[in-house]
Write a protein that binds this ligand. Sequence first.
Ligand code: C5P
Length: 224
Amino acid sequence: MAERLIVTLDGPAGVGKTTLARRVADKLGVAYLDTGAMFRATAWKLGEGAWDLDEAELARRMEGFVFSIAGVGGATVLSLDGEPVPGDIRTETVGMWASNIATIGAVRAFQKRAQQAIGHASSLVAEGRDMGTVVFPEATCKLFLDARPEVRARRRFMQLKSLGQPCPPLEIIEAQIRARDHQDRSRAEAPLRPADDAVIVDTSDLDVDQVFERLIMEVARLAR
Ligand code: C5P
């Protein structure tokens, strides 16, 4: 097999990682790994309040969980136990459940193993919080997206509206995003932060095409 290419794309909630990771994966013709969806699907399957269980019990419940991917680019399908992960995991509430279990060592250890096993088998654009720092520290292309919280809240608000989904007021979305950021950045294990060798792109004042062009340019430079 030709040498694997791993591109890591980390950043806070609502920064546009998913849209951009899909587009970059399409352009490179490699699979796309949405590790946020892995945390969300795990939290969803474990159920509300799982974060209060003791770690040994959590580890036991996750033992049989098997994640896999199929396909390529933005069309890559992530499955848990052979079933594509459901759209229901995409709410801000399940995002907070995911963030709650993501502070727990046993959960992070399980996720890291599952993510590395997938990365071992194929080239990837891997999106998350700790892809460049913890899961794929050897990746040659490490990208980190950031944007001001109010900009991220507005983008999420517009996205929910355009999807016709129930949409809380903008101030509530901003408060939820700030709370999740705080929990993700301040946790002891694998906190959200750029790797020392990551390229940081502030997307606050760029549109999605401009960010995409910049990321493709950086990948071409770093992968040379
Ligand atoms: O990216 P997304 O919003 O789907 O992630 C949901 C939550 O999962 C994040 O807020 C974070 O707490 C957790 N997560 C993580 N490490 C990752 C990906 C997601 O801790 N690599």
